[in-house]
Design a protein around this ligand. Structure first.
Ligand code: BDR
Ligand code: CA
Length: 317
């Protein structure tokens, strides 16, 4: 069982990753840091509270993450993809009193300190909160065992711009800091998460087997997400589960990914290329060694992905 802290910008695919984490017996979710990204920080925080309430897991601490990128610029949100509230058609109630008492980074550092060297971080939103945690308390963050990121696009085009994926584009300074400074790092980029597809047929199957309030949100939010994807990419047969794909990498599922190791940089001073992820994949380049070396997932086995997701999301845990 892995002790995981999820850093998310809790929109639709983040919520599916959170649901999977709550339902997977291999995951001990010890905290969630929820910041701006798909939506603003307040909504992202509220959505985690709402999902934990549905799951009857309000014992899991939620930490308020960053509100804007390190550049200080205003963030751009994506209601057309994730809905106004970040959960597609769902309008979650606002637990005012929990807002007032929300926890901050000192809780995050306690969680890491109290769990020895056993914590895995999975970051599926902008890298801002994670970079800030490293800036604020490098001596505590050194104890994190391993870190996984959903972000970047190496061989394929981006989704936010021609060259940049949304998490890296949203805060390229933070993304570059994390890629250059965080040890034991694995990146799960758009190159593979684009293929981590759940078709409407699989979603319907999950829905027919759902028997809890948390499971019941899966179909409405994924139907909403599917409608957007169909408008943008009529040829694609399902919705890409970017964030779930990154979480699953942390679970070492047999045969799910193939990796290469490279040093990764993220452009943040470009004229046209902010957020572009850069690694050396020229012919002749080989796996790197040393502290700046990052593992990058470059191939996904879609059958392994779908069968594992079906197994976990339809178990009656
Ligand atoms: C990533 O950007 C966010 O919008 C999604 O939740 C995902 O983490 C995909 O590029
Ligand atoms: Ca996300």
């Amino acid at each position: 069982m892995k002790k995981i802290i999820l850093f998310a910008d809790t929109g639709i695919d983040d919520s599916i990753a959170l649901t999977y984490a709550l339902k997977n017996p291999e995951v001990d979710l010890i905290g969630v840091v929820s910041g701006y990204g798909n939506i603003d920080r307040e909504k992202a925080y509220r959505n985690v509270e709402y999902l934990l309430e549905l799951a009857d897991r309000t014992d899991i601490p939620v930490i308020a993450g960053a509100t804007r990128p390190l550049s200080g610029e205003e963030p751009v949100f994506f209601p057309e993809i994730h809905g106004i509230e970040g959960l597609g058609p769902i309008n979650p109630p606002i637990p005012e009193e929990r807002y007032a008492n929300r926890t901050n980074f000192s809780k995050l550092f306690h969680l890491i300190k109290n769990n020895g060297n056993e914590v895995t971080i999975v970051n599926v939103g902008r890298c801002t909160s994670l970079a800030i945690a490293h800036y604020l308390s490098p001596e505590v963050m050194e104890d994190v065992k391993e870190t996984y990121l959903m972000g970047g696009a190496f061989m394929e085009p981006g989704n936010a711009t021609e060259v940049a994926e949304a998490n890296f584009f949203g805060d390229p300074i933070a993304a570059n800091y994390v890629c250059q400074n965080v040890a034991n790092l694995t990146i799960v980029p758009l190159d593979v998460t684009r293929d981590a597809l759940l078709t409407p047929q699989v979603v319907n199957l999950i829905d027919t087997r759902s028997d809890s309030p948390l499971e019941e949100i899966i179909k409405p939010i994924l139907d909403f997400y599917y409608e957007y994807y169909q408008q943008q990419n009529p040829g694609i047969l399902g919705t890409p589960q970017h964030d779930l794909a990154a979480l699953m990498a942390a679970l070492d599922i047999d045969g799910l990914y193939e990796y290469k190791k490279r040093e990764v940089k993220v452009e943040y001073k470009g004229k046209f290329t902010d957020g572009e992820s850069i690694a050396d994949f020229r012919p002749g380049a080989s796996n790197c060694f040393g502290p700046k070396c990052t593992r990058i997932a470059l191939k996904i086995n879609q059958n392994v992905f779908v069968s594992n997701v079906l197994e976990i999301l339809t178990n009656h845990r």
